[in-house]
Design a protein. Structure first.
Length: 88
């Protein structure tokens, strides 16, 4: 069974790493580059999730290859049934 996925959220200037969060956990952590994220997730059988915008930032900084690896997933779009607005 796979562990909760790790989502890379963006560059953290204060800590000088890519901010990341494991789904379901309140705390944040970080990775140095895509290889670091892969190593952290592969040992736990977890997916890496990165939005297209953040992935492009990683490519521009040299922290990820131009071609997106098959094991890097995009976030799921919010489904219409998950809206929080209950007004009718």
């Amino acid at each position: 069974m796979a562990s909760a996925p790790v989502e890379i959220l963006g560059w953290d200037e204060d800590n000088n790493y890519w901010a990341a969060k494991r789904h379901g956990e309140p705390s944040f952590t970080g990775v140095q580059d895509l290889g670091d994220a892969y190593m952290a997730c592969s040992t736990r059988d977890a997916n890496v999730i990165i939005s297209d915008d953040v992935y492009e930032e990683m490519v521009a900084s040299g922290d990820a290859p131009r071609e997106r690896p098959s094991w890097v997933h995009s976030p799921r779009p919010e489904s219409p049934g998950r809206a929080t607005d209950t007004a009718k």
